[in-house]
Each structure stands twice: as structure tokens, then as C-alpha cells.
Write a protein that binds this ligand. Structure first.
Ligand SMILES: [Zn+2]
Length: 381
């Protein structure tokens, strides 16, 4: 999910202040992380990066030899093909189509060197870093698991009530919450949770996982209802939701790729031939779990990855995606994906998403059961 960056259309800094901020930016910036964010496929040789030049105004074909060369020691770039180069701020200007003062203002703020006299609020200090300022190397799975497990353990020591109530209002029972290891911490516990995480790991590790930002603050501040992705019994990844109305974005994630279908670890204990629902999101997955049904969830724009299909092969899989155009298109795409591997995917068309269906429909479980048998029958013929 993209991190939105507040656009600064307010007063721009004076010339003198711009010079000061420019120097501060260059003092703290991690050139490698900065350039790699724009050129993720860059090749490193010694203290240089070589990449296909991404500068939009250059309108390169995106093929052929890398024309962009980056000097990591001084942070300078040069595009040989268009004979244009400069420092990281020029690069930012070119990439975002903004003026020098605007680029300096934004970069200084992202890097936390704008030195605003007023102390930023806790929410501001907890804000996740903009993607181009995240340090580069994501955590390896082993460390990610240690960090996730510790985070869940620390949070479980806090009062879970608000989180459990939030889910209960959506028809998700406490047993399903427990089984899925959904964990919550109240905002009043924020500093304590932050401190305990810092006791357990070096700050740099927590930053690489996206749990902490450059200001050394826990980024899970508004998003404190944590949904772990459990793989072989260990949480490898976390996404978190806000429980407060009106907070955008509603989700905040760790860094790194989504490692599996949500709740896929629960499939291991399920007999072959069981019916497994493929749904969108945590709420729909947990809704079905609350009714004693087996479900796995697709989360995030990435959708279904082909390597996740193999463990589904021994089940009767039924897609119950959202009843909108995107859901219908996704279902059609997934049917093809399954078919390519010789698997069948039955498709349900519910009048609402799974959670709404269960909340609005009398005897929803029975009706879902009948629709499921029909859908599975259709794939058998
Ligand atoms: Zn270029």
C-alpha cells in the first residue's frame, strides 16, 4: 500500500534556510537507499550504481544499456544518454517534477531535518517513512519472524478488549480472533510497547522491518489491531488496521512482501477434500472462521501468487470475492490460474461481501452451504 505524503503547498523556505536544509539533507541521507527506491533494478559495482534511467522527462525506452550512473559516495547521478546530471535534490526534482525549494522542503521533512521549532505531535513522529527514504535491505525471514513474534507477545501483554470488541461488532467471535492470533494494543500503551521492542532488537533491525521510522518511533500508532501471517507456526509478516473511524489509510503494514495467503497455515490440519473458501481480506476470512468454515484470505493489491496454489490442491476451493467488477475480474483470473495447474476453482456470487452477507442474511451459513454445493457441482460437470 502506498504511503501518502502530505503535499506542502505552504510557505517555502528562504534562500538561506534552503541552503541550510540542503546541507542537512546531504548530511543524513542514505544515497544507496534513496536511489535504489527509484531504480530498484540497479546494478552495483564498487561505489557506483548503474541503472536504466527512470527520469520521466527523458522518456527512455526502458530497454538497452543502463544510461544512469550514480556515484554513491557523493550522491551524484549522471544520465549519459541525455547528458544530464546533478545531486540527489536535482534527481528528486526531476523524478517528481517539482522545483528546488519544493524538493528541499519535502526531502528535509521526510528525513526529519526540517527542524521545525514546534515539537511534532506523537502521531507525526510515529508516521512511517516515505518509501524513498526507507533503508533498503528488508529483513530476512528468520529475523522477520523473531520481530513479529516478539511484537505480538509484547502487545498481547496489553489490554485486548477494544480490539476484541471492534471485531465482535463485525460478527467475529473471540475464539476465531484467538486462533488467528489477532492482537491489539491500546494507544495508551504505545510508548511502553515501543520501549519493549527497542529492548529486544537494535533500532536498525526494527527500521528495516518498517516497525520503526527514522525518528526511532514505532510506526504502528494509529494502526494497532495486528493481523499476523503465520507460516509453519510462526508469524512472518504483519498488517495492522486502525479501529478509529475516519483514519486514512486504514491499513499499515510491515515492510516486505506478503508471504502467504492469510490463514493458510490453518490448512495443514484440514483433511483433504475439505471445502476451503478463498475470500478478500481479514474480516471475510475471520467471519467464515467464526462460523466453523475454513477460509484463506487474499490481502493487498498483489493478489494471488502462483506459488501459493500448490497447498490448495488437495481441497475443494470456492472463491467468494467481493460482488463488484474487480471481484468478478479477479475470480475469472484466478480460475485460469488454477486451471493452468490442473486445479478447479468454484466461484460463488454472493449479494454482498462475506462479512455483510453474514450480518444481513438470516441463516447465512445454511444458504452459503447450499450455494457452495451448487458451485462445486458446476465445476464437476
Ligand atoms: Zn535519462
Amino acid at each position: 500500500m502506498p504511503t501518502s505524503r502530505p503535499d506542502d503547498d505552504g510557505k517555502l523556505p528562504s534562500r538561506e534556510r534552503l541552503r541550510f536544509l540542503r546541507d542537512e539533507i546531504k548530511r543524513v541521507i542514505d544515497y544507496r537507499a534513496f536511489y535504489l527506491r527509484y531504480c530498484p533494478d540497479a546494478r552495483q559495482a564498487g561505489a557506483r550504481l548503474y541503472a536504466l534511467c527512470p527520469i520521466p522527462a527523458h522518456a527512455h525506452s526502458g530497454k538497452g544499456h543502463p544510461s544512469l550512473s550514480i556515484d554513491l559516495q557523493h550522491g551524484l547521478f549522471n544520465c549519459f544518454s541525455r547528458d544530464e546530471g546533478g545531486d540527489c535534490i536535482t534527481f528528486y526534482e526531476l523524478m517528481h517534477g517539482v522545483s528546488f525549494p519544493r524538493a528541499v522542503g519535502r526531502m528535509a521533512r521526510e528525513l526529519g531535518v526540517d527542524g521545525r521549532a514546534s515539537r511534532p505531535s506523537l502521531a507525526q513522529r510515529a508516521a512511517a517513512d516515505a518509501p524513498e527514504f526507507e533503508s533498503f535491505e528488508p529483513l530476512d525471514p528468520e529475523t522477520a519472524a523473531e520481530v513479529c513474534e516478539r511484537f505480538l507477545e509484547v502487545c498481547r501483554g496489553e489490554d485486548q478488549l477494544e480490539g476484541v470488541r471492534y471485531l465482535a461488532r463485525r460478527g467475529i467471535d473471540a475464539a476465531a480472533v484467538r486462533r488467528a492470533r489477532v492482537t491489539y494494543f491500546p494507544r495508551r500503551a504505545y510508548r511502553r510497547v515501543m520501549r519493549r521492542m527497542l529492548e529486544g532488537f537494535p533500532l536498525e533491525v526494527l527500521q528495516r522491518g518498517g516497525l520503526f521510522n527514522r525518528r526511532a518511533h514505532l510506526t504502528f500508532y494509529r494502526h494497532r489491531l495486528l493481523f499476523p501471517f503465520v507460516v509453519e507456526g510462526r508469524a512472518l509478516y504483519l498488517q495492522a488496521r486502525t479501529t478509529a473511524p475516519g483514519v486514512e489509510p486504514r491499513w499499515h503494514n510491515m515492510r516486505g512482501p506478503v508471504p502467504a495467503l492469510y490463514n493458510s497455515d490453518a490448512l495443514a490440519a484440514l483433511p483433504s477434500g475439505s471445502t476451503v473458501y478463498l475470500v478478500e481480506g481479514f474480516t471475510d476470512t475471520l467471519t467464515l472462521l467464526s462460523h466453523g468454515l475454513a477460509a484463506v484470505g487474499l490481502v493487498g493489491a498483489g493478489g494471488l501468487k502462483e506459488e501459493w496454489l500448490a497447498p490448495l490442491g488437495r481441497f475443494r476451493v470456492v472463491a467468494a470475492l467481493d460482488p463488484d467488477e474487480a471481484g468478478r475480474r479477479a475470480a475469472a483470473r484466478y480460475r485460469e490460474l488454477f486451471a493452468r495447474r490442473g486445479l478447479r476453482l468454484a466461484t460463488l456470487r454472493l449479494p454482498a461481501d462475506v462479512n455483510d452477507f453474514f450480518r444481513q442474511t438470516p441463516e447465512a451459513a445454511d444458504r452459503l452451504g447450499r450455494m457452495t454445493e451448487l458451485a462445486l457441482g458446476a465445476t464437476d460437470s
